[in-house]
Ligand binder design. Sequence first.
Ligand code: NAP
Length: 290
Amino acid sequence: MSINSKTSLTGIIGYPLDKTLSPLIQNAAFESLGLNWCYVPMPVESENLETALKGLPSLGFKGINVTMPHKEGVLQYIDEVSSYAELAGAVNTIHFEDSKMIGYNTDGRGFLHALEHDGGFTPEGKQVVVLGAGGAARSISLILALNKVESLTVVNRTLEKAQNLTAGIHKKFGDCKTKALSFSSDLPKIIDSADLVVNSTPVGWNGELVIEPDLLHSGQVVMDLVYIPEETKLLQEAKSRGVKIIPGKLMLLYQGAASFEIWTKTQAPLEDMRKVLDKELLELSRNEKS
Ligand code: NAP
């Protein structure tokens, strides 16, 4: 990649940004298509968010990704927001177009594509359990409700956050049966009757298990948003019980591809993005083991 005065700039703002794999997959995509574009990580603390964001268009940025802790905070500075990002109350992609800042959220799209395309799972009429009630859980719950799941149970360490999330979903999607739970004695029954279980807590990055895997059984689908290791302990245990598994790296890949397409208006070179991501995840897993 050669960077010059004609290079179109993109990047990611968040804090901290040590672990982001987005520069790797986006730069691989630009290179694969021979685009004179570049993607840079920009660690920005909350007190500098407004100044940093407002300066980007005049520096020649075409668009950016936004990650924690700014996904909600950027909303106040944005001119237009897609309907899904507005419903989610969070933006992960900004397009600087015609002197406007337009906000999108590609997390739900990335999640849904992994679920349908790789997991062969259609949400309509299904019973779903989402573990966690943070930003990712909110995007996922919303896309599942939009795609007509029959029931959605949100299980969270802090019950109040699960209740807030399900109340919001129930208000917008009256047909979707919702329930909020803490990790309580009711969990076995709820997991047993689920068609899909999604881990959207960070439990698993260090080899921990968020639920007892004996609660899972064949016929179910489990997705873990944690993507290092690629097959988390939860996914390994689920697979050994005949459960269909979907690794979190797929959501990462597809949400990144969707952002790429928003900025460049060009189809993302998915296979090249996937290849570079797989290689990096393998390397990271090897380093963790050694
Ligand atoms: P977040 O907003 O900070 O929410 C974290 C959630 O996990 C909260 O509900 C929190 O519960 C719960 N939690 C945290 N530590 C826990 C523990 N030790 N035991 C049980 N529950 C715990 O984070 P987020 O943005 O939603 O992200 C969640 C995870 O998804 C992260 O690991 C992130 O890296 C991953 N993610 C992956 C992708 C992807 O593309 N694969 C995309 C987005 C996010 P409390 O409410 O009780 O604190």
